[in-house]
Design a binder for this molecule. Structure first.
Ligand SMILES: Nc1ncnc2c1ncn2[C@@H]1O[C@H](COP(=O)(O)OP(=O)(O)O)[C@@H](O)[C@H]1O
Ligand SMILES: [Mg+2]
Length: 255
């Protein structure tokens, strides 16, 4: 048995002749926030996509809550507690915020997604439980006041938070966020960092890729640094900030 929510062992991924990641290993403990940083093209998104099962890893193991999942489908991994947000919003503009988040919860339910959203084929207690979960998530992501608004009418920052809410609805053990602060202005970034801390406080682990170093240094318990597809450092934010190899490869002298 493992105490980690996620263990990545010697993960490699090649695209034709390009080795995007090589021998990447790290662990994430329950309720931990792990940052994944590095220059553009260093393999961060490839790592998250291989973990989520968007494409198979070339070699290496992925252990989710003690089970090897590298051969399982993307959908199966979501069902086992690994959720991710998508760069492009996979939302239905005509749905309300509340319906969209409810849809995210259906991966954990037996019934068909659409009948789930409509509340068909589900017991009253199941329906109540889902409603309470959705309400809690909307509050956590700052969307509660918009619950009955159509998805197509909200701002791009709110759409971003909605994607996080939809991923959380699946009750994941770990959520993967690829550059969640991209395009957000300062006060929205503050909302995001508060959101990540609230997710951790509820016991869900977070793996976050970000270029905003202030945000990374504030929310992460530990940071893994990639360069040219290899892990070059791992440690607490204070250690990473002062690591010579990381400063040379990525941070520069300013941080
Ligand atoms: N689907 C793909 N097909 C071919 N090459 C890819 C693909 N995805 C990523 N790569 C290559 O893998 C390397 C790592 O990319 P990526 O993981 O997107 O980096 P990062 O997210 O750190 O900026 C880059 O050289 C990129 O061009
Ligand atoms: Mg990327």
């Amino acid at each position: 048995m493992t105490d980690y929510v996620l263990e990545v062992q010697n993960l490699c991924k090649s695209f034709g002749g390009v080795q995007a990641i090589r021998d990447v290993s790290f662990t994430v403990a329950p309720g931990e926030v792990l940052g994944l940083i590095g220059p553009n093209g260093s393999g961060k998104s490839t790592t998250i996509n291989a973990l989520a099962g968007v494409f198979p890893a070339t070699s290496g193991q992925i252990v989710l809550g003690g089970t090897y999942v590298q051969h399982l489908s993307e959908h199966a991994r979501v069902g086992m507690g690994l959720a991710r947000t998508f760069q492009t919003a996979s939302v239905f503009p005509e749905f309300t915020i509340c319906e969209q988040v409810s849809l995210g919860a259906t991966v954990t339910l037996a019934s068909h997604p659409l009948s789930s959203v409509l509340g068909l084929g589900r017991s009253a207690s199941e329906q109540e439980c889902l409603q309470a979960r959705v309400k809690d998530i909307l509050e956590l992501t700052g969307l509660a006041s918009l619950a009955d608004q159509k998805v197509g009418t909200i701002s791009s920052a709110q759409q971003r938070f909605l994607m996080i809410a939809t991923a959380l609805a699946a009750s994941p053990k770990i959520i993967l966020l690829d550059e969640p602060a991209a395009g957000l202005v300062s006060h929205e970034r503050k909302m995001l960092s508060d959101m990540i801390k609230a997710i951790r406080a509820r016991g869900t682990a977070v793996l976050v890729i970000e270029h905003h170093m202030a945000l990374i240094m504030e929310v992460c318990d530990r940071i893994v640094v990639l360069n040219f597809g290899s892990k070059i450092a791992e440690g607490a934010p204070s250690e990473i900030r002062n690591n010579r190899a990381v400063i040379d490869a990525y941070l520069g002298e300013a941080v």
